[in-house]
Design a protein around this ligand. Structure first.
Ligand code: NAD
Length: 348
């Protein structure tokens, strides 16, 4: 293949192509952060669902390079095709696999639609065949759509307010301009569709399949990621369609916690994470402008973290081997504490 120059192709909020060298550099930086002062042990078998970008990628790298886990990741990424580069997650995992091999660690990736029974069963078989007894299960999917495997119905998640039209400012990532946005309220069908995609239903299906197959080890902990954010973004986030889905995810954690406690003496957690730039968060109106201001302030204060630093702190203080998670009044881990710091929020 002759060398080619890859220039960014941006449509709306999303960059359609990726540069393998940049993706690899990002992964190496994360692995460096995870490896510094690492115990190198403590997690035996990890499964990360949504392992190729954002919080899931950092979770995969944390379990493998910080705690020595043998890890399986599930993701949906596009390989290169002719002169078309692969998706960013594909290149991220290519580097993660390379670094794992070089360090004598093990990452196995299942690339396919995690919402299907086929990919779930393929993953379960792989875990069973390798004799895995999972002690860590991270659920970090973010997707615009999901086909319900029981009914075949396709649901598309939407980012809309509830009740009234919402007007605010946002940043246009295509033109770098501050723009006014107006978003019409969601219908009941929108709320339900977003719950079907981003709520806890699929997390529950995964846990049921894994428990049934006997690949969940004693004391296994599972975690899914949520977001709350400031009142400023409530209409579009926490009080909007996605917030309703997150409420469902958080309710699911309570049910799964009971199931895991009874089955293997394990536990299920929600970690409320910081707002960070990922493919998923860039799609939300208003949030990119909030993030731009937030980053500037947190960097000035020295409290800014990327996904890797957030996940490393999550494991060091709450979820890592031997740690007991500290929970808020609603039973959630709050690793968004530095974002929600009252000084930071007042300035934003
Ligand atoms: P992301 O877009 O970076 O990652 C999503 C992952 O899901 C990728 O690995 C992708 O391959 C995978 N995926 C998507 N659809 C799939 C499918 N059908 N089958 C298999 N894999 C699929 O997203 P993110 O921002 O890291 O979000 C992960 C979780 O963290 C979400 O629950 C999100 O709400 C939550 N969260 C994000 C933020 C933020 O600011 N980014 C803050 C708090 C919580």
């Amino acid at each position: 293949m002759p060398a080619q120059v890859i220039a960014p192709r941006i449509r709306g909020f999303i960059c359609l192509n990726a540069h393998p060298v940049g993706c690899a550099a990002n992964v190496r930086e994360q692995v460096d952060l995870m490896s510094r002062g690492a115990p190198g042990q403590g997690i035996k078998d990890a499964l990360v669902i949504g392992s190729s970008t954002g919080y899931g990628l950092s979770s995969l790298l944390c379990t493998v390079f910080r705690y020595g886990a043998r890890a399986v990741g599930v993701c949906l990424e596009r390989p290169p095709n002719g002169d078309k580069p692969a998706s960013a997650g594909w290149y991220n995992l290519a580097e993660a696999h390379r670094l794992a091999r070089a360090a004598g660690r093990s990452i196995t990736t299942v690339n396919g639609d995690a919402y299907t029974d086929e990919i779930r069963q393929r993953t379960v078989k792989l875990l069973k065949d390798s004799g895995a007894k999972l002690d860590t299960i991270v659920y970090s999917l973010a997707s615009p759509k999901r086909v319900d495997p029981r009914t075949g119905t396709t649901y598309a998640s939407v980012l809309k307010p509830l009740g009234a039209t919402y007007r605010s400012k946002s940043i246009s990532l295509g033109s770098d301009q501050i723009v006014e946005v107006e978003i019409a309220p969601a219908t009941d069908a929108d709320v339900e569709a977003t719950r079907k995609v981003m709520g806890g239903e699929d997390w529950e299906l995964w846990l049921a399949a894994l428990l049934e197959a006997g690949v969940v080890g004693p004391g296994c902990r599972t975690v899914a990621y949520s977001y709350i954010g400031p009142e400023l973004t409530y209409p579009i986030y926490r009080s909007g369609t996605i917030g309703k889905a997150k409420e469902h995810l958080e309710q699911t954690a309570i049910a799964l916690d009971r199931t895991l406690r009874e089955a293997v003496g394990g536990a299920a957690y929600i970690s409320v994470n910081k707002a960070l730039v990922t493919q998923a968060s860039s799609a939300i109106p208003v949030v990119p402008l909030y993030i731009s201001i937030l980053y500037k302030l947190m960097k000035a204060k020295g409290t800014h973290e990327g996904t890797a630093a957030q996940i490393r702190r999550l494991y060091e203080t709450h979820l890592g081997p031997g740690r007991t998670p500290a929970l808020d009044a609603a039973g959630r881990i709050r690793i968004d504490d530095w974002e929600m710091d009252s000084d930071v929020q007042r300035e934003v």
